[in-house]
Design a protein around this ligand. Structure first.
Ligand code: NI
Length: 168
């Protein structure tokens, strides 16, 4: 396992639509192992493959720092089947260091995905896990959490955004 550099806002890969994983081969297993190492080192809650420059439909979530019953979860070729409710919650993103903002997203989600062993699973989530799933899923569509900011919030972070993009 080797960490990979986390792509920051400003890199066009974050706006691309990721491609389905056709086969969970060595390359994909290595990518997931590297993503796990990268997320663990960054102490983040979730990481999508495009954030390490890989345009694959994969994300991982580890909210065990907040919910002790949780552990690392891997989602390959995820599909959002259902969402319901809405809730305002603070979010950050490893590609946007220093930016945190409360945004509205669905409260609950039902998702189908494939795990690292190639087994399909369906799960329902709410709370922090639902929030993380919806945030990471967006990354596979080239969508970013700043897209949900109000014009005012966006204006307030514009200086920070420019500095992050300039670093790229
Ligand atoms: Ni993110």
């Amino acid at each position: 396992m080797a960490e990979r550099p986390i792509v920051l806002y400003g890199d066009p890969v974050l706006r691309d639509k990721a491609q389905p994983v056709e086969k969970i081969d060595r390359e994909i297993k290595d990518l997931v192992a590297d993503m796990i190492a990268t997320l663990t080192k960054a102490k983040g809650l979730g990481l999508a493959a495009p954030q390490v420059g890989a345009e694959k439909r994969i994300f991982i979530i580890d909210i065990s720092a907040i919910e002790l019953t949780e552990s690392m979860r891997v989602f390959i070729n995820p599909e959002i089947l259902e969402t319901s409710g809405e809730v305002l919650m603070e979010e950050g993103c490893l590609s946007f260091p220093g930016i945190y903002q409360k945004i509205v997203r669905p409260e609950k989600v039902k998702i189908r995905a494939t795990d690292i062993d190639g087994k399909e699973f369906t799960m329902r989530a709410d709370g922090m896990l639902a929030r993380a799933i919806l945030h990471e899923y967006d990354h596979l569509e080239g969508k970013l959490f700043i897209d949900y900011f109000s014009p005012l919030s966006r204006a307030l972070v514009s200086g920070k955004l420019k500095r992050i993009a300039a670093a790229y």
